[in-house]
Design a protein around this ligand. Structure first.
Ligand code: 8YV
Length: 328
C-alpha cells in the first residue's frame, strides 16, 4: 500500500478537523494551543511532506531553505498568505494553497459589526455599565454617537469580503464607495450601487467610514500611510479586519489621540499580538483580538478546505485553492 504522506499541523485545530486529518493522512498534531517555536518549525519543514501552517507562523525564505526535499505542499489554514513567502516556496517547487470563500461572510459580519459599533459607541456603553454600577438612567444628551444610515462607506479592496461588506452596508442605508486595483463589472457595481474611485487619496478625503479589505502584500504595506491618513476626515472612522500592516498604526493612534480621526474598529494589528497602548486606552477605538473568521462553522469549513486541497494534491490533481504568484 502507498504510504500516507506526513502532514504536520502547526496549531491545534478543532477536534473534528484533527480527527478527519488523522484518518486520511499520517498527521502530526500540535498538543498545546501555542504557536510553534522557531525550532519546532524547522523540525516541521524538515520532516513534513505537507505543512499546514496558520497566520501565526512565519514561513519565510530562511525557514524554507531548511526544508527537506519531501516538502511539496504548504496548505495554509487561513485565507491571508502574507505569512508565507510564496515565491520562495514556488522556486523550491512547493505548492501553496489557502482557504478562500469560506470565511467571507463571517469576516464581513465582523467588519459590519465594527462599522456600527464604533460610531454608535457600543464598547463605551458596555464598559460604562460593567464598570459603573450607578447608572443614573437615560439622558437626552448623554452617550451620543454618530448616525450610520446615509453615511458614505469607503471600501478599500473590493474582492469577496469587500463585496460582502458592501451588501451589508447597503442594507443599513450606507452609500457604497470603493477603491480597488480593478473596477468591478458594471452589473456588480449596479447591484451594489457602488461608486468607484480610481484615486484612493480622493476617496479617503470624502468618506465617513473607511473599511479595509485588501490583502497585505508588498504593494499594500502601509497603504494607509501617514500622508494618506492625514487626508481622512476629522469625523471619519477607520475599520480594519484585513491585516494590521496595511495601516501605519502609530500614525493612526496619534491622529485618533489628537482628535484628527474620530475613531477606529480594529480586529487586526501591526505587531500582533502586541497592541499599541495608545489604541488600547482610547475610548474611541474598539479592539477585537483577530476574531474575524472565528466562528465554529467557519473553522470547520477552513479545515475542510485544507483537507480538500491536500487530497487533491496527493491524488495528482491541481489543488483548487492554489495561491498564484500574481496574488502575492
Ligand atoms: C484566520 C485570517 O483565522 O484567514 C485569514 O486571513 O486572518 C484569519 O481569519 C487565520 O488566517 C488563520 O491562519
Amino acid at each position: 500500500a502507498r504510504q500516507k504522506p506526513i502532514v504536520v499541523v502547526t496549531r491545534k485545530l478543532p477536534a473534528a478537523v484533527e480527527t478527519r486529518m488523522r484518518e486520511l493522512f499520517d498527521t502530526r498534531l500540535k498538543e498545546d494551543d501555542k504557536p510553534m517555536s522557531q525550532a519546532q518549525l524547522v523540525e516541521a519543514v524538515k520532516h513534513a511532506d505537507i505543512l499546514v501552517p496558520t497566520v501565526t507562523d512565519r514561513i519565510d525564505a530562511h525557514l524554507l531553505s531548511q526544508a527537506g526535499e519531501n516538502l511539496k505542499l504548504i496548505a495554509n489554514f487561513g485565507n491571508g498568505i502574507d505569512n508565507i513567502d510564496v515565491l520562495s516556496a514556488n522556486a523550491r517547487n512547493i505548492t501553496v494553497t489557502n482557504t478562500p470563500g469560506v470565511l467571507t461572510e463571517d469576516t464581513a459580519d465582523m467588519a459590519m459589526s465594527l462599522i456600527l459599533a464604533v460610531p454608535r459607541r457600543f464598547a463605551e456603553g458596555m464598559l460604562y455599565l460593567k464598570e459603573h454600577k450607578d447608572w443614573p438612567g437615560w439622558s437626552p444628551t448623554w452617550m451620543l454617537g454618530k448616525r450610520v444610515w446615509g453615511k458614505r462607506l469607503g471600501i478599500i479592496g473590493m474582492g469577496r469580503i469587500g463585496q460582502a461588506v458592501a451588501r451589508r452596508a447597503k442594507a443599513f442605508g450606507m452609500q457604497i464607495h470603493y477603491h480597488n486595483r480593478r473596477r468591478l463589472s458594471e452589473d456588480v457595481e449596479y447591484d451594489l450601487e457602488a461608486t468607484y474611485w480610481e484615486s484612493l487619496d480622493q476617496m479617503l478625503a470624502r468618506m465617513d467610514v473607511i473599511s479595509i479589505h485588501c490583502p497585505h502584500t508588498p504593494a499594500t504595506y502601509h497603504l494607509l500611510s501617514a500622508r494618506r491618513l492625514k487626508l481622512v476626515n476629522k469625523d471619519a472612522y477607520i475599520v480594519n479586519t484585513a491585516r494590521g500592516e496595511v495601516i501605519d498604526e502609530q500614525t493612526l493612534a496619534r491622529l485618533i489621540e489628537n482628535g484628527d480621526i474620530a475613531g477606529a474598529g480594529l480586529d487586526v494589528f501591526e505587531n500582533e499580538p502586541k497592541i499599541n497602548p495608545k489604541l488600547a486606552r482610547s475610548e474611541r477605538v474598539v479592539l477585537m483580538p483577530h476574531m474575524g473568521s472565528a466562528t465554529e462553522e467557519g473553522r470547520m469549513d477552513m479545515g475542510e478546505k485544507v483537507i480538500i486541497n491536500i487530497k487533491a494534491f496527493i491524488d495528482g490533481h491541481r489543488p483548487p485553492d492554489r495561491v498564484l504568484p500574481s496574488m502575492v
